[in-house]
Design a protein around this ligand. Sequence first.
Ligand code: FAD
Ligand code: NAD
Length: 395
Amino acid sequence: MATPKILVLGAGYGGLMTVKGLTRRLGASDAEITLVNQNPYHYFTTELHKPAAGTAHHDHARVNIASVINTNRVNFVVDRVTSINPSEKKVYLENNTFDYDHLVIGLGSAPETFGIKGLLENAFFIRNIDSVRMIREHMEYMFARYKNDPKEEYLTIVVGGAGFTGIEYIGELVDRLPELCREYDLPQEKLRIVNIEAAPTVLPGFDQALIDYAVEYLKGKGVEFYLGVPIEECTKDGVVLKGGEEIKSSTVVWTGGVRGNKLVEESGIETMRGRVKVDENLRAPGHDNIYVLGDSSLVIPKDGERPYPPTAQISTQQGQYLGKHLPQLMRGESVDAFQYAPKGTVASLGNRVAIGVVGSKKLFGGSASFMKKIIDIKWLFLLGGISLVLRKGKL
Ligand code: FAD
Ligand code: NAD
């Protein structure tokens, strides 16, 4: 019998954990494993708000994939997936085509724009290394322009959405801006960070005491909040809010949410808002040999109605699950259902302050920040052991 072919798409949190688990459990005669990713590196999405603000270099948020996987066992292909065809059991790349017996899709997410006019054309997105490098360089260029042509919009940064991404990015900005003011000879009182949130509160659904702490801290640093009012349009001059108010800004960063990678819905696999409601073994409905994990998947808790939010935490656990159980599933054996074990949520507000809930304990300020750094280090350890922690970890 021919050696089964496992094709893993995307080297994010889910994809990499899958591959690392499979290489530990399957010998060369058990399966041929191919991993496809559009870059030779993996980026730590959970740290992208730092290079976006310029508080860390983008190299701190990425690692060479070949250095953390066993390339003797995995055929690692750097290429972009252009389409997935389940009926042919083929995946098309820009420069190649692969067929598979078992497919694991971990292609992450895309920005959710809710059809808001002008967003895709005029806003920036905290998505990957290329997009955050552009945000930082654009922001700094606008500051440089102000010295030559003092328009207020050059110094106004609008952040659309006050979910965890928006709030963590703003936390980095408040750390970074005093330094940039010195560098660009700018009056700090002229700088504006404006956060606009459609819901009545920032971090909707999170613990109220932690929300209050974050808002008070960020307001104390000069951040302006517009709550309960959605952005309805984004233009080259700024944003227009419901009711017609316009806020002029040369730098609009959209953090209003994510949806599944569009390649998945285009493949004909059934999706809900671009995400696949997977079965208890992370299989796509109606496809015994296709598994979906991470931001492109949707897992609904047994006793709940709303799906778990898309996080690195659940993506990692899904990857660990498939890395362990895919060999048995391939053989048609039954295995325990995937069960997500949430460990808590911690969000940074810059380098030294954070908020979070771990177990039943609420954490504020320095202790939460320390916990956030431990969580980031844990990912480095899972990925590349102690040597990666020593190279990239920061306390
Ligand atoms: P990703 O990690 O997004 O990886 C997808 C991979 O697929 C990437 O390598 C990408 O390049 C590749 N890819 C995409 N399209 C193609 C293609 N066409 N061809 C080839 N390759 C492709 N979650 C937490 O749990 N904790 C946090 O602290 C946290 N902080 C965050 C901070 C920020 C600023 C952001 C934006 C998100 C944060 N999240 C956090 C959410 C978390 O990062 C995501 O849920 C997680 O990255 C999803 O993992 P994934 O494996 O689905 O995909
Ligand atoms: P999100 O969906 O969590 O938040 C988006 C926010 O934008 C919401 O509060 C929403 O009300 C708001 N919004 C939507 N439309 C709007 C409009 N027209 N105008 C103004 N506001 C609008 O998205 P996110 O923050 O990008 O997070 C994505 C996922 O990543 C989530 O699951 C989150 O939990 C996870 N994440 C986790 C962490 C962490 O654990 N530290 C950090 C970042 C992201």
